[in-house]
Every structure is written in structure tokens, then in C-alpha cells.
Design a protein around this ligand. Structure first.
Ligand code: PMP
Length: 468
């Protein structure tokens, strides 16, 4: 069947921009401002690089949206997807049926998940997976005869998705003010941000202190009302906030003390981003449920899910019908993509490469950016990293002088990055990266060189505006 394309075969950027502005409502976007500027059209990817419709090449230091872990242009994933589409593009897993890739992936995930995780519930996204968590933990407590255990504790500035439950679990105030969130039964404590809350303490002391906010809130609510605590091992969208090493073991101890389930949202940190399959292993989290998405398919097709520990699965399995699921739970094409993606990570030993070679190298190179006059702190963990733009530096993170948030210095810096061929994300005045795991040492050198150049350009720009 032939169809007439809506847009010319050779993309004309202005035509695409007009059509985009006329018809496409984007996520988290001021549409009027975007229409004035004109959207950037991405057309091709290869390895760690992207090209736009004007032929400009950029180094994608954000892996798309924290997801293209094995890089762009993997023909073996394309072929696995095509084979599955030709054989069986879709069948559901509702009515006593399954598909080969969905079963194989479930078994594979059980092998690579932390010990004590042998079950998976599939979804289409990270948000749906966190909605699944809410329903599953409440179902769990109901089956155990404690239906009043419904409250889930999360953290301010967390990101857990954009569905009603996902956005409620998240702690983004800008999201809560739109649409009457959070939904009932979800409360928030402060995030373990040493820069924000750790004044007068060592990072290790602060980690224990930040975990104590959880215990305080559990006592206020009454432990018999609390179902679970949820957190990202490292907060991603909140600005790459790396907690002190003392935080997660203390959180686990508190959850054990009050018999509260612990959910690790590993949508960003899963599938090798920190040099292990899951960050839970690295931080000593020992969660009861693990949310995943993104890196499971390297973003080639959408897939998410919840890894369910034996403790929770035992109760859910014994409990009869769990009335929850999505048309695309266990989509065979997505599962085929995930299987090939995981095979690539194993074959190319990307976990070992990141853990023992490229992440330590990135850590040293990224930390060197702290010498730049605009940079207050620059730190990384595995293949995520963040730096703070500051007006006046100081030896101690708590005494640096920040820019007025209204100036939008982070966005100015982000624009210089894009104009000079590198994608870095701005969260306020914090600039963050999460590069593809395939990045080599020479490519890390290239990245750091580009970031330094763009910091210089940003500094000149701010001086011209008289803001320094
Ligand atoms: N949890 C975390 C930690 C995330 O970073 C994200 C997405 N950035 C989500 C959940 C939501 O995933 P999705 O956008 O696939 O719904």
C-alpha cells in the first residue's frame, strides 16, 4: 500500500517546525515559546552522536532521555524487532496466554536482578510501573490482613512519572500545582541533598540524618498506616542528587524496623548506568520492588515494569486475581528488543567497562571542571554526573553564592551547549549528563573539552550581561 507523506520526503526544517507548532503538544513544554523559537528536528543517530535536520552533529551526553544505554544505530536490535514483528507483532498476556519473548525476558530478568527477585510485572513505561507499585503494595497489605496500610512515603524533588500516581509519588511542586496532586495517601519528606540540607554536617552524618526524616514521618503517620517508601537510588530529573553512602542502608534499617516495603525506582539507574545491572546492589538498598524502564530496551521501543521480590510475589501469587494490567504488558516486540539489548550489554561487557574503566575516568575528568570559575561543584557516580553553576565560588558547597533563579542561567548554558555540539540538561542552575554506556575514553575527553568550551562561552555571555 502506498501513502502520500504529509511532509516532503526531504525534510524541510521550516515546514516541519510549522507542522509541529500547529499539531504537536510536547511533554513539559511552553508551546508558545517553542513555536517562536522553532523546534529542533532530530533525524538520525549513530553511537553517541545525533544529527538534526540542518545537518548539525551533536554529542548526546543525555542518552536521549537517560535511556539509549547501548547507543544509537544498533542494527541487531532493529533486526530482532523486525523478526518479531514479522512473526507475531502483538498478542496480549491477559487471558491465560503468553508470548515467547515475554517469557524469555522474564526469565532473563530474574537472572540479572538482585538475589531474591524472580518475578516481573510488565508495563509500557516507568510511570505505569510506578502506578503498578502503588496498586501492588496496597494489594499486598490487604492480602496480609492489614488493609489500612495504604500510605506511601516519597521525597520532595523526586521524579516517578507523569501519570496521576506517578506524578503524585514524584515530589515536583510544578507538577503538583497542576491537576490537584498529590492524590490521597502519598506524602513526602525532604530529599537527601547534602548541598541543600547538610550544612554543619559531614556527608556521612547527613546521610543518617536524612534517613531519620523517614522514621519521623512513619511515627507521625503511625507505622500501621504506612505501606511503602519509594526513592530513586540517585535522583535523576531532580538534578543528579547523589546521596551519601550512609543514606540507603539506614533507610533499609528503618523500613525493616517498621515492616515497611521499600521500592527502588531504578528507571534511570537500572541496566548498567552505574556499572551494575541495578544500583540497589551498589548502594545496599535491598529493595522489595524495583521499578525499571528506559535502559531495558535502550529506548528503542517502550517497555517498563516492576521486578517483584519473592517476599511480595509470594503474597500476590497466593492471593488470587490481581486486577491490574495493560494492553501492552509484555509486548512481544518490546521484549524482543530488550532481550537483544541485554545480550549486547553482556557481550560487550559494558557493565565491567563502565565500572572499572570509563566511569572512574569520567569521574576524574568531570571533577576537573570544578576548577572553572563558573562551577561550584562537579561530581559523578557511574555514568551520571552533575555540576552547579555559581556566581561566587567557595571552598565549602554551603557558602557558594548562587545566581538568582529567575535569571535562567542553566538554560543559557544549555543553549551554548547545544549550539556548540553537545547535549547537556539543565535543572535550574545544575547541568547534568547521563551518557551512553558505550562512551570511550577519547569520547569522554571530547565531551569534557566541549563542556569546558561551553562554560567559557556561558561565562563570557554572563559577563556581557553584567551578571557576574
Ligand atoms: N521514574 C524515574 C526515576 C524516571 O526518571 C522516569 C522518567 N524520566 C520515570 C519514572 C517515568 O518513566 P516514563 O517517562 O517512562 O513514564
Amino acid at each position: 500500500m502506498t501513502t502520500t507523506p504529509i511532509v516532503p520526503v526531504l525534510p524541510d526544517t521550516q515546514v516541519l517546525q510549522r507542522l509541529d507548532a500547529a499539531h504537536f503538544l510536547h511533554p513539559f513544554t511552553d508551546h508558545k515559546a517553542l513555536a517562536e523559537k522553532g523546534v529542533r528536528v532530530m533525524v538520525r543517530g549513530d553511537g553517541i552522536y545525533l544529527w538534526d535536520s540542518e545537518g548539525r552533529k551533536v554529542l548526546d551526553a543525555m542518552s536521549g532521555l537517560w535511556c539509549v544505554n547501548v547507543g544509537y544505530g544498533r542494527t541487531s536490535i532493529t533486526q530482532a524487532v523486525a523478526r518479531q514483528m514479522e512473526t507475531l507483532p502483538f498478542y496480549n498476556s491477559f487471558f491465560n496466554t503468553t508470548t515467547i519473548p515475554a517469557v524469555e525476558l522474564a526469565a532473563k530478568l530474574a537472572r540479572i536482578a538482585p538475589a531474591g527477585f524472580r518475578h516481573v510485572f510488565y508495563t509500557g513505561s516507568g510511570s505505569e510501573a510506578n502506578d503498578t507499585n502503588v496498586r501492588m503494595v496496597r494489594r499486598y497489605w490487604d492480602l496480609l490482613g492489614q488493609p489500612e496500610r495504604t500510605v506511601i512515603i516519597s521525597r520532595h524533588n523526586a521524579y516517578h512519572g507523569s501519570t496521576m500516581a506517578g506524578a503524585s509519588l514524584g515530589g515536583m511542586s510544578g507538577m503538583h500545582v497542576q491537576g490537584g496532586l498529590p492524590i490521597p495517601g502519598i506524602v513526602h519528606i525532604n530529599q537527601p541533598s547534602y548541598a541543600e540540607h547538610g550544612v554543619g554536617m559531614t556527608p556521612e552524618e547527613f546521610g543518617v540524618h536524612a534517613a531519620s526524616w523517614l522514621e519521623e514521618r512513619i511515627r507521625e503517620l503511625g507505622p500501621d498506616k504506612v505501606a511503602a517508601f519509594i526513592g530513586e537510588p540517585i535522583q535523576g530529573a531532580g538534578g543528579v542528587i547523589i546521596p551519601p553512602v550512609t543514606y540507603w542502608p539506614e533507610v533499609r534499617r528503618i523500613c525493616d524496623k517498621y515492616d515497611i516495603l521499600l521500592i527502588a525506582d531504578e528507571v534511570i539507574t537500572g541496566f548498567g548506568r552505574l556499572g551494575k545491572w541495578f544500583a540497589s546492589e551498589q548502594f545496599g538498598i535491598r529493595p522489595d520492588l524495583i521499578t525499571f524502564a528506559k535502559g531495558v530496551t535502550s529506548g528503542y521501543v517502550p517497555l517498563g515494569g516492576v521486578l517483584v521480590s519473592d517476599k511480595v510475589a509470594g503474597v500476590i501469587v497466593a492471593g488470587g486475581d490481581f486486577n491490574h494490567g495493560f494492553t501492552y504488558s509484555g509486548h512481544p516486540v518490546a521484549c524482543a528488543a530488550a532481550l537483544e539489548n541485554i545480550r549486547i550489554i553482556e557481550e560487550e561487557k559494558l557493565l565491567e567497562q563502565v565500572a572499572h574503566d570509563t566511569a572512574p575516568y569520567l569521574k576524574a575528568r568531570f571533577a576537573s571542571l570544578a576548577a572553572h570559575p563558573l562551577v561550584g561543584t562537579a561530581e559523578s557516580c557511574g555514568f551520571v554526573a552533575g555540576l552547579n553553576l555559581v556566581r561566587r565560588k567557595a571552598g565549602n558547597v554551603h557558602y557558594q553564592v548562587k545566581f538568582d533563579p529567575g535569571l535562567g542561567v542553566g538554560m543559557i548554558c544549555r543553549a551554548h551547549m547545544f549550539d556548540n555540539g553537545v547535549i547537556m540538561r539543565a535543572v535550574g542552575d545544575r547541568m547534568i549528563i547521563a551518557p551512553p554506556l558505550i562512551m570511550t575514553r577519547p569520547q569522554i575527553d571530547e565531551l569534557i573539552g566541549l563542556i569546558r568550551l561551553c562554560l567559557d562561552r556561558t561565562l563570557e555571555d554572563l559577563e556581557r550581561r553584567g551578571w557576574m
